[in-house]
Design a protein around this ligand. Structure first.
Ligand code: SF4
Length: 127
């Protein structure tokens, strides 16, 4: 029988969960104060997923980068691919909240989570 200990991240109670894999292959979850914790533990053992948060470079904006996140949690194994993709692109300002910056990667979109305004790039230099 295999055991794995987890902390439930569904609510601030942060229950300590123990997932036991029975010889029959079924999973038993101990320590959860509610069914959401049982669901979380089983998903975490069978198919762990995360929302990926990153930044993307912006040209011509009032900020040099924009924060982005995946539209849904993705399998943990997809995280490197998504991080590589966000590091390799450059957006042109303006960028709006909710704008899709990468479409359909690992079955989700990557969207902007803040606004970057366009700025005028005219500077006068006096020598
Ligand atoms: S098991 Fe239920 S009560 Fe405990 S942390 Fe998870 S969601 Fe909260």
């Amino acid at each position: 029988m295999n055991e794995e200990d987890l902390i439930c991240i569904i609510c601030p109670t942060s229950c300590t969960l123990r997932v036991c894999k029975e010889l029959s292959g079924s999973l038993r979850v101990e320590g959860a104060l509610c069914p959401k914790g049982v669901e979380y533990a089983i998903r975490e053992v069978n198919d762990p997923r995360r929302v990926v948060i990153s930044v993307v470079k912006v040209v011509g904006g009032d900020l040099p980068t924009v924060s982005v996140k995946t539209s849904k949690p993705v399998p943990k194994k997809c995280i490197p691919e998504i991080m590589k993709a966000t590091a390799s692109i450059e957006l042109k300002a303006p960028v709006e909240i909710g704008q899709v910056v990468i479409r359909d990667i690992c079955g989700v979109d990557v969207i902007a989570t803040r606004r970057v305004k366009k700025v005028n790039s005219i500077y006068l230099f006096k020598l």
